[in-house]
Write a protein that binds this ligand. Structure first.
Ligand code: SF4
Length: 219
């Protein structure tokens, strides 16, 4: 299998659950959604095409150069098609490496056995244009303390967010949930007040990379 990749670089993880930690980010090409607020319009670029062995060796070099980093696999949608199976195999080959996989929630996750893989699963809200895309059957299988749900919200989405949190807590009570502001559509203060006023069992997740570097590519 060949992996099409947009970009890869070291950065500070911007979002839950390891926000603030250095990561080696690999952005895979392609996505099955086209969200209204997508900030990776370049997600269909192919700037590297790596074989499985090339990818293993690329990550090994990245970790050798910076031993404490974890690896963030993102996109686009990293779990598209047969890439999902290949990435799980990758994590089993590199079993001493910690992987975070950011997935958009609209794809069935097929493997929950890899202990070095943490899924960060989006639950898209209506303002994304994909409010009905969440693959609900994933919810019960996500592992508390390992995987998390992330919900990006605007002011207009807040009533749906309340309902979705209720569903999550019914199905998987101990699962970590992070709320993240849709950039420009709800302020940090508004989202923080929403969490506190509703006594929600969630954490705030800011897009730290945008706060640090602004809205630019490659960070
Ligand atoms: S799922 Fe992510 S990468 Fe895909 S269109 Fe939506 S925001 Fe962009």
């Amino acid at each position: 299998m060949l992996f099409n990749i947009v970009e890869k670089f070291y950065t500070i993880s911007g979002e839950a659950p390891n926000a603030g930690a250095p990561v080696y980010l690999i952005r895979f090409t392609g996505c099955n959604l086209d969200c209204s607020y997508c900030d990776t319009e370049y997600k269909n670029e192919i700037n590297y095409t790596l074989s499985f062995d090339d990818l293993v060796s690329d990550i090994q070099k990245a970790i050798h150069n910076y031993p404490s980093v974890s690896v963030l696999l993102t996109g686009g949608e990293p779990l598209l098609d047969d890439r999902q199976e290949a990435l799980i195999k990758l994590a089993s080959v590199l079993f001493q490496t910690t992987f975070y996989i950011e997935t958009n929630g609209a794809i069935k996750i097929s493997d929950f056995t890899a202990q070095n893989v943490h899924y960060v699963v989006d639950w898209k809200t209506p303002s994304s244009g994909y409010g009905n895309s969440f693959f609900l059957n994933n919810l019960g299988s996500l592992r508390p303390g390992i995987d998390v749900i992330k919900i990006v919200t605007s002011l207009d989405d807040l009533s749906v967010v309340l309902k979705n949190i209720e569903i999550i807590k019914k199905v998987n009570p101990d699962l970590g949930v992070y709320l993240s502001p849709q950039w420009g559509k709800i302020s940090f203060v508004e989202l923080s007040s929403f969490i506190i006023d509703n006594k929600l069992p969630v954490s705030l997740s800011l897009q730290l990379h945008k706060i640090i570097w602004g809205e630019q590519r490659g960070v």
